[in-house]
Design a protein around this ligand. Structure first.
Ligand SMILES: [Zn+2]
Length: 261
């Protein structure tokens, strides 16, 4: 049984000492591939280089994360766009991109413009979107609506919302929800919310490592191998076998990203 971690910051400093071992443990646990989101220009460049060292295992994205949108966002975007359009690399998606008003609304207008521009890149290149959204779902949905017919699809990563929010996102039928460690947290409503309104055909697995480690690793550095705890919890919540969760999420990854295990 193998499955895919669709969102892992394995390029991060947190893995500088033992990245090779982390990847070894991932392979042994059953993680067949790992997708790596960027957050700005330096990480976009670094991730392309890193993924070249692990062909057919690590897959790069490029993009400007909403929390990294500052006064220089236009310069960042134009340099990231050059990476996007360079032909000598295989990018898996544009990400992570989106809106985040949780900590600050200082660059609210810039975030909206930067997100919309990267949504247009997805239309142009037909690469899927890896979307980050916090405290901004209304604004996010209204931008995606304008491009929904032309967009290839993507992931609403780290979904933690309620039934209404899930249904609102699932109206975009080429998009899926990224589910990670939060599912396993004691106070999480996801074990009830997901089976109620989200079919297994609309879910992909993720770690968001080094963040969001699942129970029983909560509070530690997260890593791709820990997706098996999320997989097990999903199987329990949906009342199906772990093999079925792996097979469904793999099929969903193949549909959204065009990549098969
Ligand atoms: Zn992330």
């Amino acid at each position: 049984m193998e499955w895919i971690d669709t969102h892992c910051h394995i390029d991060g400093e947190e893995f500088a000492e033992d990245r090779e071992l982390v990847i070894e443990r991932a392979r042994e646990a059953g993680v067949g591939k790992v997708f790596v989101p960027a957050i700005d220009l330096p990480t976009s460049e670094r991730i392309i280089d890193l993924c070249r060292q692990y062909p057919d295992y690590l897959y790069p994205m490029v993009g400007l994360h909403p929390e990294e949108v500052r006064a220089d966002w236009r310069e960042q975007l134009s340099a990231i766009r050059n990476l996007l359009l360079a032909e000598d690399q295989k990018l898996i998606a544009i990400g992570e991109v989106g809106l985040d008003y949780y900590w600050s609304r200082e660059f609210e207008q810039e975030q909206l413009e930067a997100f919309e521009e990267q949504v247009r890149w997805s239309v142009e290149t037909q690469l899927p979107l890896m979307i980050h959204c916090r405290k901004a779902q209304n604004e996010l949905v209204s931008i995606i609506k304008r491009y929904a017919k032309q967009l290839p699809g993507g992931v609403f990563h780290c979904f933690t919302g309620n039934e209404h929010e899930a249904e609102e996102l699932l109206q975009f039928d080429r998009f899926v929800l990224g589910i990670g460690g939060v599912l396993t947290f004691k106070k999480s409503h996801l074990p009830e919310v997901l089976p109620a309104v989200v079919p297994l055909s609309r879910i992909v697995l993720e770690t968001d490592a080094p963040y969001m480690a699942p129970v029983p690793m909560r509070g530690q550095r997260n890593e791709p191998a820990y997706t098996r705890h999320v997989l097990a919890k999903l199987a329990e919540a949906y009342g199906v076998s772990e093999e079925e969760v792996a097979a469904s999420t793999n099929a969903n990854v193949a549909r959204v990203f065009g990549i098969k295990l």
